[in-house]
Design a protein around this ligand. Structure first.
Ligand code: ADP
Ligand code: MG
Length: 372
């Protein structure tokens, strides 16, 4: 269990955060400079907050009111800083065993051997960091942090220096480590893919504050504000107005179209954002239109295409719109080809009601956006 409240001023920067986590993988997600690394340092005990409280498994390691501030080495926190910080003159085994000085030699050797095994480092025990690849260094850093049998493992951008393939492998290894030891992990990242693969509980940071926290599904599919929606890659954040309120439907007006959304407590005339992720927009084949009841059908023109390795992103302008484009739709490459989209300019799409998420829109703080 981890319970964190931290306040700290750094020149013009003000860190003021609170979150709690229970034996699980928690992701701190946010843009560069939002205070993620400072938070890890405060939990590890290498940075002293001005006020707040940090509780690990029921033990208070920092409390400004009670004047508690335990030194890092007794906090039982495993900390892997952003660039691993391995000792260059020590071998793999010596690096892993570094925090085990006070432990009998046999026990220390046994623990190091176990971690060498778990992290596939056998045969590399006597190498120094510069003789290891980036992925191997990362594994040594993880093993070293786990050797002290920490109650919580802090990982600062653990995949940042690795190539895409290795990232995938290490993400899985981390998830396994978490299961095997049932340890609370706090992972810092600004990579959405990390959040989606690993984040059971996601804490979204912005400018030193927590702007939303919840399950991955809550944060990705139900962002609370415009800023969170932008940060989690919602992409389609459409300024609309509530046109009509019915018991089972919130009718929105957007680009001259009427859109049926799930009921929400908004009054008629309220400015809102209509949010839908690029992978949620459905392509409808006109010859299959009658197959089932459809709603929120929009005819669009394909005005742009981006080809990623295995996915295609289409930019769509809905009919009667004056925008360069309105919607961004992402689909797997094989679907793109199966639907022969390379030969099409027009597309019929459906915004399924259950995939629509509505957030309030504050017209007073919006930069230059017009009412629609
Ligand atoms: P993140 O890890 O989210 O990218 P950090 O926690 O490293 O961000 O830093 C947050 C902010 O704190 C920075 O934008 C900077 O303004 C400030 N900061 C961090 N470290 C220092 C420092 N050593 N001295 C002064 N300001 C710092
Ligand atoms: Mg950082």
């Amino acid at each position: 269990m981890l319970d964190v409240t931290i306040q700290k001023r750094f020149g013009g920067f003000h860190l003021d955060v609170a979150f709690a986590a229970e034996h699980e993988l928690v992701v701190l997600f946010g843009p560069s400079g939002s205070g993620k690394s400072l938070t890890l340092q405060a939990i590890a005990g290498t940075l002293r907050p001005e006020a707040g409280r940090i509780i690990i498994d029921g033990q208070t390691v920092y409390d400004s009111e009670k004047h508690i501030d335990l030194p890092p080495q007794v906090r039982r926190v495993g900390y892997v800083p952003q660039h691993y910080a391995l000792f260059p003159h020590l071998t793999t085994s010596e690096n892993i065993g570094f925090g085990l000085k006070g432990i009998p030699r046999d026990e220390r050797n046994r623990r190091v051997a176990e971690l060498v095994e778990v992290f596939a480092l056998r045969g590399l025990e006597h190498r120094r960091p510069r003789e290891l690849s980036g992925g191997q260094q990362q594994r040594v850093a993880l093993a070293r942090a786990l050797a002290v049998q920490p109650r919580v493992l802090l990982l600062d951008e653990p995949f940042a220096a690795l190539d895409v393939l290795l990232r995938g492998v290490l993400r899985q290894e981390l998830a396994q480590v978490q299961k095997r030891w049932g340890i609370t992990m706090l992972l810092v990242t600004h990579d959405l893919a990390d959040v989606f693969t690993l984040g059971q509980h996601v804490v979204v940071y912005d400018k030193g504050r927590v702007i939303q926290q919840g399950t991955r599904e809550e944060v990705f599919f139900h962002p609370a504000t415009l800023r969170v929606a932008e940060l989690v890659g919602t992409r389609n954040i459409l300024p609309a107005v509530v046109a009509q309120v019915e018991e089972h439907t919130l009718w929105l007006s957007w680009q001259g179209h009427r859109i049926a959304a799930p009921p929400r407590p908004f009054a008629r005339g309220s400015p809102v954002y209509l949010c839908i992720r690029p992978t949620q927009i459905m392509i409808v084949r006109p010859d299959r239109l009658a197959e089932r009841k459809r709603e929120n059908l929009l005819w669009c023109t394909i005005v742009g295409k981006q080809i990623q390795t295995e996915t295609y992103t289409l930019h769509l302008r809905v009919d009667h719109s004056g925008n360069a484009y309105d919607l961004e739709l992402t689909l797997p490459a094989y679907v793109y080809h199966r639907l022969s989209l390379e030969r099409q300019e027009r597309l019929l799409v459906e915004l399924r009601r259950q995939d629509l998420h509505i957030i309030p829109r504050d017209i007073h703080t919006e930069p230059g956006s017009a009412e629609q």
